[in-house]
Write a protein of this length. Structure first.
Length: 745
């Protein structure tokens, strides 16, 4: 056996000895969601870590005609691709716009070539589990292994004998921004800055990532490369344009849009060289400190073991029994995806980039980032409140400090910048939902001040609600153009204003409560009796025509609606389902109308506006079975132990969290309201370990008795429940929820 195979076999043996037995972490399949636009990736990351390192396979080659610039690639990896051009650092999971995924490291052999179209390789034998990824580069016969700490990464490359190289490419990645600077600190260390940003092409969300990269072996030779550009339009024929120039004796700073560093080695068979990288969003010095402190004396195997143990500790917060192995894999992988974002932003010394400023602040709490709030306000933060209330408190604290720094609560924040993506005012329901559940370890007065500011400030000075003037004047947002998403904007404002009304009432602010409640009822303006749906309204105050409620299917443009159509949005009035039912003609017509959404294939399981639809039947006595039937069917059809096992963008864990709640047996269908709708659990027993600092017990147990898909009865701590909807108070002290099941509804 070769030295290289012996080394790899020893690693596998060590892993087998340490990690015998089936634990929650062993059920995670990081390849779920890596195609079908799930935009997840199989790379290495720690729970809610800042650093991730993942294979990057979305750049073209002569053999593969796909290219990241030829279509909308918002992920560094798709399992259906096969040409790898490096390993990217700082990546996002389940997002819908391209960003980050840069600082590409690539090992090669043979003659040095720094053109990614040439040096990329096919790969085989992929292995991925939480905190670890491995593959073999076929072109070079190099074994690549990846692991991570919260703010740093380690790559271990096992080389064949001969001439070998490690490349650091700062010119490529998913980011829309270009430009980087770096310099050699020593033969084995480089430092630098890479510009990132313009997420979803929003021009103001630009930020730098700082890095320090170290090699475990000094190269025999190293240097920079830079892609040459034509000096002028007239000189476009210049034969040097588009070629890569190598710098062999220059060691000072180098800058450019397409630059990199190369390291040459003479390797023996099975020789392993490690690449260690630390990152920061504040400074190079902090990136180095992150690297020094998190990797002091740490071997690759120890880092991998630590990451695995951290994941298992987090995932063990919920223990499931019964169900199939595939169902457990779907569940724990969903849990894994939910715990990637939001992630920490502060360095080991507590420094972080102040929101929308060029300066830094310091904190002794976790400062979080990657807040895709239009998605996560629907269920992720409710799950965080249930499982990790201390982290949810830190997230609320982050919101409030962002308000103090910037003047506004976040909407879609990314590494200290506001991207202004999507609709609404989603921080409001999150804060209210958390407070209403009794978790109040934050500055309540400042939170209320911030919420009122975004809900009332008129004019162009309000970046969160850009169309607030018309909304406050008319009670709805009229169309400004055919595809302006006006109805979607207003529906999100209604949910936020209802939450704010609830908050105001609880704080004794009656006039505010009445004002915001009235605002939240404005959805009624949009209801069209002719179609039985919500319908855009023109500037003249008339319903938009010609109107087709299905226009906008498959993410096509839709008049008045964003990423959906009237059917996907009409029932998104979670705070007033009874009022909506009255508009539709009563319970019977409401149920028939809602059922038709599913029967006529107008339900979109891949996007947020209608993901709570299956749960709305349970508002009506005698119709709860429809919820139970649909949830079971949707889980079986769309959430699978397959790479395409998420129905669309995971949206930083939101779709995964829908599956988690649904498999546990209850769902928070109205953001900002501390209630859940019950449904048939997937497992025979679920034990949720609660934090006794915040809850009255250390666990909540969910059990089933009998067999069948339908819930015949529910009891909580022995008390029979009259409704399939419960308040958070019912489970705040832990105990047991027991479902009695039947095969008949």
């Amino acid at each position: 056996m070769t030295k290289r195979l012996l080394a790899f076999a020893a690693t596998v043996l060590l892993a087998t000895e340490m990690w015998a037995g089936k634990l929650p972490v062993d059920y995670v399949n990081p390849f779920i969601g890596t195609t079908n636009f799930g935009t997840c990736n199989p790379g290495a990351i720690c729970p809610q870590g800042l650093m991730s390192v993942t294979p990057f396979n979305v750049m073209g080659s002569p053999e593969n005609k796909f290219d990241k610039d030829a279509r909308w690639w918002s992920t560094p990896y798709d399992v259906t691709n096969c040409f790898l051009t490096g390993f990217a650092h700082v990546n996002m999971s389940g997002v819908g716009c391209p960003e980050t995924s840069s600082l590409l490291v690539m090992p090669t052999t043979g003659k040095l070539d720094v053109d990614y179209h040439n040096y990329g390789s096919k790969y085989k034998g992929e292995i991925a589990n939480p905190g670890y990824y491995a593959t073999t580069l076929e072109k070079y016969d190099i074994k690549a292994e990846l692991t991570a700490t919260p703010r740093t990464s380690i790559e271990r490359y096992t080389f064949p004998a001969g001439e070998s190289h490690i490349l650091l490419n700062l010119g490529e990645g998913l980011t829309n921004e270009t430009g980087a600077t770096m310099k050699f600190v020593s033969d084995t260390e480089v430092e630098g800055t890479k510009l990132l940003g313009t997420f979803c092409y929003f021009p103001q969300s630009v930020f730098p990532v700082y890095f320090v990269m170290r090699l475990s072996k000094a190269p025999k030779k190293s240097g920079y490369w830079k892609k040459m550009r034509p000096m002028t339009a007239e000189a476009a024929w210049d034969e040097t344009a588009g070629k890569y120039k190598l710098y062999t004796g220059y060691r000072r700073d180098i800058s450019g849009d397409d630059i990199g560093a190369w390291f040459d080695f003479d390797t023996t068979e099975g020789e392993q060289i490690e690449v260690r990288m630390g990152v920061s969003f504040t400074s190079i010095e902090n990136a180095r400190e992150n690297l020094d402190k998190e990797q002091a004396g740490l071997s690759f195997n120890e880092a991998r073991k630590n990451a695995r143990e951290a994941w298992n500790k987090n995932l063990s917060t919920i223990e499931v029994e019964g169900g199939t192995d595939d169902q457990k894999t779907v569940f724990y992988t969903a849990f894994y995806h939910m715990l990637i974002h939001p992630g920490i932003l502060q360095d080991v010394n507590g420094e972080y980039p102040i929101m929308e400023h060029e300066t830094t602040g310091k904190t002794n709490r976790n400062r979080y980032t990657v807040f895709s709030l239009w998605d996560t306000y629907r269920n992720v933060h409710q799950m965080m409140t249930l499982l990790f209330p201390d982290r949810q408190m830190d997230m609320i604290d982050t919101f409030i400090n962002m308000y103090k720094e910037w003047g506004w609560l976040p909407k879609w924040e990314l590494f200290g910048r506001e991207t202004m993506e999507m609709e609404g005012d989603p921080a409001l329901p999150i804060i209210v939902d958390t407070w209403m559940k009794g978790f109040r370890d934050f500055d309540v007065n400042t939170a209320y001040e911030a919420m009122v500011k975004s809900a009332t400030t008129q004019g162009k000075d309000n970046p969160v609600r850009p169309d607030i003037d018309e909304y406050l004047k008319r009670g709805y947002c009229p169309m400004e153009s055919q595809y302006d998403n006006s109805v979607s904007h207003a529906l999100e404002y209604y949910v936020a204003d209802h939450a704010l009304s609830t908050f105001a009432r609880a704080l004794g602010k009656k006039e505010d409560a009445e004002r915001f409640y009235k605002q939240s009822m404005g959805y009624k303006n949009y209801f069209s009796k002719e179609y039985g749906t919500l319908r855009p309204i023109t500037q003249e105050g008339k319903f938009y025509e010609p109107f087709n409620p299905k226009e906008g299917e498959n993410f096509e443009p839709s008049p008045g609606f964003h990423e959906g159509n009237a059917w996907n949005y009409t029932f998104y009035v979670p705070h007033d389902i009874m009022g909506l039912a009255k508009l539709m003609g009563g319970k019977k017509k409401f149920v028939e109308h809602l059922q038709s959404v599913f029967d006529r294939k107008n339900y979109d399981p891949a996007n947020e506006p209608d993901i709570a639809y299956p749960y709305l039947f349970s508002y009506f006595k005698g119709e709860e079975w429809r919820t139970q039937k649909l949830v079971k069917e949707l889980l079986a059809e769309y959430f699978l132990n397959k790479p395409w096992g998420i129905p669309g963008n995971d949206d930083t864990g939101t779709m995964s969290c829908w599956a988690m709640f649904s498999m546990i047996g209850f769902y928070p269908d109205c953001p900002g309201v501390p209630e859940y709708t019950l449904t048939t659990p997937t497992f025979s027993k679920v034990t949720i370990h609660l934090d006794p600092k915040y809850y009255g017990s250390d666990r909540l147990v969910i059990e089933t008795e009998g067999k069948g898909d339908f819930v015949k009865a529910v009891s909580i701590n022995g008390k029979k429940q009259a409704s399939m909807r419960i308040n958070h108070k019912a489970i705040a002290n832990g105990g047991t929820i027991r479902y009695t099941l039947s095969d008949k509804h």
